[in-house]
Design a protein around this ligand. Structure first.
Ligand code: GLU
Length: 302
């Protein structure tokens, strides 16, 4: 049944190819062929169903923010919320204005400022944010070679004046524990991770299993897992979280590489990817595919 659904979803997503445009503010992302589409569904019974370019690696970008938040919450679910709020921002994901107006406390962990604070806390907690995340995604996906793409990270660093300004603003409000340069290096490495739809869906499968990885080890409590999913639903798809909830009805986190991670608690995790983005920064074909998927299956959180 699932393979039939995915064939239908693929056909619908293909109709959207050609709409939107690839992110070009990071030069190495501008070179990606926009005609690609992939989708992977990792079901809680251990099976994985894929269609299209599900085994092509792409730049994870902000999807990595889900992994860093989960790793922080696994260790400390209190302190982080004194440093970051949990409300949708209603502002661009890289707004400096809002951060300054709100005295250096970012609106949520999925905008850039919030992710810098989460990365900072993860680095302080573990000694290496990179190693902690590498371990999580390599174990979860079964691929020991997953890594950041140094060319993408360099490209972001070179064009990252705005986010560097944000990190300095956070530091000026005493909301960074580690040195600004360290936090930026860790953050850009996470964004540059190169993974496939299959690998992302598998690595995130603890989100559909009440916090337990496929191998039976626990990362989060059921309640912490609910909270990560809730923040994905309200804040995970830039300024279009309302539209995404309306059309798709699932917790989701998108990245400017064109990937979207979505969770159906108790059933499966899904990753779709197609590089061309709509005006809100979400993959056009990716949202169309998830919309079709939840319509066909009737699976949503509502
Ligand atoms: N590296 C990107 C940035 O901070 C992440 C953007 C995204 O995927 O939202 O600008």
């Amino acid at each position: 049944m699932m393979d039939e659904v995915l064939r239908d979803v693929h056909a619908v997503a293909t109709e959207s190819l050609g709409q939107g445009s690839v992110a070009d503010y990071i030069p190495s992302l501008a070179e990606v062929d926009p005609g690609q589409f992939g989708m992977a569904v990792a079901i809680n019974d251990g099976s994985v169903h894929v269609v299209g370019d599900a085994d092509v690696s792409f730049s994870v970008q902000s999807i990595s923010k889900v992994f860093s938040l989960a790793l922080v919450m696994a260790e400390d679910n209190e302190h982080i919320w004194t440093r970051v709020s949990r409300e949708p921002s209603g502002n661009p994901f890289n707004s400096l204005l809002q951060l300054d107006q709100e005295a250096g406390k970012p609106r949520n962990p999925f905008i850039n400022a919030g992710a810098l604070v989460v990365t900072d806390q993860l680095h302080a907690q573990t000694g290496s944010a990179t190693s902690a995340m590498r371990e999580l995604i390599r174990n979860g996906s079964g691929n020991p070679d997953i890594d950041g793409d140094p060319a993408v990270a360099r490209s972001e660093r070179t064009h990252g004046n705005r986010i560097a300004a944000m990190a300095h603003l956070l530091a000026s409000y005493d909301n960074l524990e580690c040195p600004v340069e360290t936090v930026l290096d860790e953050y850009f490495w996470q964004c540059s991770l190169s993974m496939t739809c299959r690998e992302i869906a598998l690595s995130a499968s603890f989100l559909s299993r009440n916090g337990v990885h496929a191998d039976g080890t626990r990362l989060l409590t059921a309640s912490e897992t609910k909270r990560v999913n809730a923040i994905m639903l309200t804040c995970g798809t830039y300024d279009a979280a309302g539209e995404f909830a309306y059309r798709v009805g699932l917790p989701g986190k998108s990245g400017v590489g064109g990937g979207i991670l979505a969770v159906i608690p108790g059933r499966c995790t899904i990753c779709v990817w197609s590089p061309a983005l709509g005006t809100s920064g979400n993959s056009v074909a990716g949202v169309a595919a998830l919309d079709r998927f939840t319509t066909l299956t009737g699976w949503s959180v509502f």
